[in-house]
Design a protein around this ligand. Structure first.
Ligand SMILES: [Zn+2]
Length: 176
């Protein structure tokens, strides 16, 4: 029979310093394995777990699997933090989020306003145009850039988001 590798999370265990001993003023923590129901595992159970754990690390290309798993875990954390909605294609690759921007009208400002389009570098002047496009990035570390047109706003969005994906090291998780 052919061997298959299935990755599935079954039961979770926590390793916690359950007991602390103090000797000559020095505190030593003693770790125990605790299951998700709060039961402390016996030494035999811990030894069995370690045996099974060792075989996990001996699987083929396990380092690659660990790296990808941890990369996805940090992407999930960021998605929750910034409430980003990401679609996945049929291969599980995430799609670059759709451009998100607002049109900001100058209205009756007293003072003249000048800016630069983040994509084509054209000057945006409240004396010449009625407004500009402001990008709504999901990450606070991304600057709220301005664009002179819908085309520039969409191109700039894609560029900034792709650059962010690369800086985070997420490029293999996305369809770029
Ligand atoms: Zn432009």
């Amino acid at each position: 029979m052919q061997e298959r590798t299935l990755f599935r999370a079954r039961k979770t265990y926590t390793v916690s310093p359950i007991v602390h001993t103090i000797k000559d003023g020095v505190t030593t923590p003693h770790n125990a394995f605790v299951d998700n129901l709060g039961n402390i595992l016996s030494l035999q159970e811990v030894q069995d777990l370690i045996e099974k754990t060792k075989s996990f690390y001996e699987l083929d290309s396990i380092d690659n699997h660990i790296r990808k798993n941890n990369l996805e875990a940090s992407l999930i954390k960021i998605r929750e933090l910034y409430d980003i909605y990401l679609e996945q294609d049929e291969n599980g690759l995430y799609l670059v989020p759709e451009p998100n921007y607002n049109y900001i009208e100058f209205g009756f400002r007293k003072r003249a306003w000048y800016g630069t389009c983040g994509w084509c570098s054209h000057k945006i002047s409240s004396k010449l145009v009625e407004g500009y496009y402001a990008l709504n990035h999901f990450s606070h570390e991304l600057e709220r850039e301005k664009a002179c047109s819908v085309n520039c706003a969409e191109a700039l969005w894609k560029d900034v988001v792709k650059d962010w994906i690369h800086r985070q090291g997420f490029q293999e998780l996305f369809k770029l």
